[in-house]
Design a protein around this ligand. Structure first.
Ligand SMILES: C[S@@+](CC[C@H](N)C(=O)[O-])C[C@H]1O[C@@H](n2cnc3c(N)ncnc32)[C@H](O)[C@@H]1O
Length: 245
């Protein structure tokens, strides 16, 4: 497979998913704007966790425009093989260019997490940056996605999730302002800047109602992971979970 190019296997009906077909031009900018640039730091932290076990084969799922894949490639051992997987072609177009510019040999693959185009027990580490909510929030395929992730992860492999989260249950004031910000500011500004009101309405609705850190830990344990730890980021606006198979 040539570097920084597409392996176009496993096309699915989701390939032309409307939401992600129209976001790419402003996608990165909007992310940085909404988090005050903290998403960059959060991906770096997640990348550090992903390579902590010295993996040789790493898969970044829902890799989008490739920022987490590149962060991982920067920190991984020189001979480690990093792959990014996403079903959105426009997102991967941006990822390929970014990886080339940054000088990293990353393979980007088009495919659906519902049917990951790799054999069982393929990867030492896997990660996902701000995509797990898409896979598990009110999503009827949620169990299938998690079971596919478990299938391609090697025994004892780690799966690192960086995702928006909820302030700790007892932090009532922070919770109030967090809800206000996500519900109104994110959907309003996202619509104005991207022109895609459906995408940012979904983002705001799902972010406000998504699992808290403890709930996500419990979901992962119930789904078959052997051990799960987590760290809250910025008062719980986001969290990093490390799940071991
Ligand atoms: C919010 S973006 C996150 C992108 C990137 N990981 C980041 O850190 O910015 C979510 C990504 O998940 C992808 N995605 C959502 N559902 C998917 C699925 N079932 N299979 C493959 N990719 C999916 C979308 O195309 C999109 O690129």
């Amino acid at each position: 497979m040539s570097e920084n190019t597409f392996n176009d296997n496993n096309k699915s009906e989701f390939l032309h998913d409307e939401v992600y077909e129209s976001i790419p031009p402003n996608y990165d900018l909007i992310n940085h704007l909404f988090t005050g640039g903290m998403d960059i730091l959060w991906r770096k932290k997640a990348a550090k966790e992903t390579v902590a076990s010295r993996p040789e084969k790493i898969l970044d799922i829902c890799c989008g425009t490739g920022d987490l894949s590149i962060s991982v490639a920067k920190l991984a051992a020189k001979d480690a093989k990093v792959t990014g997987l996403d079903f959105s072609r426009p997102m991967l177009d941006v990822a390929v260019k970014k990886a080339q510019k940054a000088g990293y040999d990353i393979t980007f693959v088009t495919g659906d997490i519902a049917d990951i185009p790799f054999p069982s027990d393929s990867f030492d580490s896997m990660c996902i940056g701000f995509g797990f909510r898409n896979l598990t929030y009110k999503n009827e395929l949620s169990a299938q996605y998690i079971s596919e992730i478990l299938r391609v992860l090697k025994p004892s492999g780690r799966f690192v999730i960086v995702e928006s989260s909820q302030p700790a249950p007892d932090a009532k004031i922070i919770k109030f302002f967090h809800r206000l910000f996500v519900k109104y500011v994110v959907s309003f500004l996202g619509r104005i800047i991207s022109g895609n009101s459906a995408a940012y309405k979904y983002l705001a609705e799902s972010a406000v109602n998504y699992y808290g850190a403890e709930e996500l830990r419990d979901l992962l344990l119930q789904s078959g992971f052997a051990k799960v730890t987590f760290k809250r980021l910025f008062f719980g606006a986001a969290a990093i979970h490390v799940a071991e198979k």
